[in-house]
Ligand binder design. Sequence first.
Ligand SMILES: Cc1cc2nc3c(=O)[nH]c(=O)nc-3n(C[C@H](O)[C@H](O)[C@H](O)COP(=O)(O)OP(=O)(O)OC[C@H]3O[C@@H](n4cnc5c(N)ncnc54)[C@H](O)[C@@H]3O)c2cc1C
Length: 216
Amino acid sequence: AVTLAGGGTLRARRLLVATGLRDVLPDVPGLAGHWGRGVVHCPYCHGWEVRDEPIGILAAGPASVHHALLFRQLTDDLVYFSRGTELDEGTRARLAARGVRVVDTPVTEVVTGEDGSIAGVRLSDGQVVPRRVLAVVTTLLARTEGLEELALPTRDLPGGMGRHVAGGTAGATEVPGVWVAGNATEPMAQVGASAAAGALAGAHMNADLAAADTEA
Ligand SMILES: Cc1cc2nc3c(=O)[nH]c(=O)nc-3n(C[C@H](O)[C@H](O)[C@H](O)COP(=O)(O)OP(=O)(O)OC[C@H]3O[C@@H](n4cnc5c(N)ncnc54)[C@H](O)[C@@H]3O)c2cc1C
């Protein structure tokens, strides 16, 4: 049974977990309020809107270098704020070859302009680097609040990228009667892939019910 926040209870013989994920943002003052508009994570989701803008990458680790190369496809004006992450000479050369400026001075805050959008990035020396858009690699955490009693198996994603619910064929989990689909198990899936996974899981769940009814 599933207990709802309003006190109601729903009963079902099979359960599909489609609770998505939470993007945990880098802890930079002034950043979170711009999430989904001036602060973006996905070049394929936001590419058209941010094209040709002055974009900054707020680095969080090696994945940010890959991120920078993707966002470089969208703008000629890209600044890479290394934020204490290591950049070897080869990586610096690759970024330089693509015309990406690297700023190693620590970032202290994201500055909001009078129009409410991002105006720039303030550095520890007081300088503000003008930017309109900031790209961040987020930590991807499957939403499992309220599902603790199921004890769904979760696994770390490679490279410290986050944690997801482990699913097998068509989203079947190790917990009998429970399937998972979408970002809760496939953090990189977009809307189309998430919806398709839900449809496939639904078909398998229904087949399971049909078999159970036949055996009963
Ligand atoms: C800023 C941003 C922009 C994006 N832009 C695009 C885009 O342009 N194109 C694209 O294809 N994809 C885009 N995506 C990705 C897309 O949003 C996801 O791939 C997709 O929504 C995943 O679908 P889902 O059903 O797995 O999860 P979600 O859409 O996250 O749905 C999960 C739902 O479950 C609910 N939920 C969670 N826990 C509980 C609970 N305990 N009880 C009840 N309800 C619960 C949540 O509130 C949520 O409504 C974007 C993502 C972000 C963050």
